[in-house]
Design a protein around this ligand. Structure first.
Ligand code: ZN
Length: 136
């Protein structure tokens, strides 16, 4: 399993990393290292033929899975569908979910969980353009 490293941390930000995703194995949660308060993010990887060893359901949190590499099958309750690199799968509360890698290369994915129905404003209804000198 890749360790998570805190690379930079300021009063208003945290930069953490699980390192390169090619060869990433297992599961790594990010929230404790980054200090996130709005969602939990985890990296996961499954080798060919492997599935998460259990189904699970969430009581309050919606999950959004982002497939970063590989491909496979995703099951929500009794629905099964194919997923591949670039797929984003939103899963509601109170249903069972699991995923299985069927590709030669491992299926690597992100899972972002946040409280269902909590997203109020977003993008330009939440953001504002500010005047700051670029140091980049
Ligand atoms: Zn979950």
């Amino acid at each position: 399993m890749n360790d998570i490293k805190i690379l930079e941390k300021g009063e208003k930000f945290a930069h953490v990393s699980v390192g390169g995703l090619c060869g990433f194995e297992g599961k790594q949660f990010v929230k404790d290292a980054s200090g996130a308060t709005s969602c939990e993010i985890s990296f996961g990887s499954l080798p060919k033929g492997a599935a998460v060893p259990f189904f699970h359901s969430h009581k309050e949190n919606e999950e959004n899975y982002v497939i970063l590499s590989g491909s496979g099958l995703f099951q929500v309750d009794n629905d099964v569908f194919e997923v591949a690199e670039g797929s984003v799968i939103r899963v509601s509360t109170n249903c069972d979910r699991n995923l299985k890698c069927t590709s030669e290369k491992p299926m690597t994915y992100l899972c972002i969980q946040a409280k269902e129905g909590s997203l109020g404003s977003y993008t330009m209804t939440d953001a504002e353009i500010t005047e700051r000198e670029s140091l980049l």
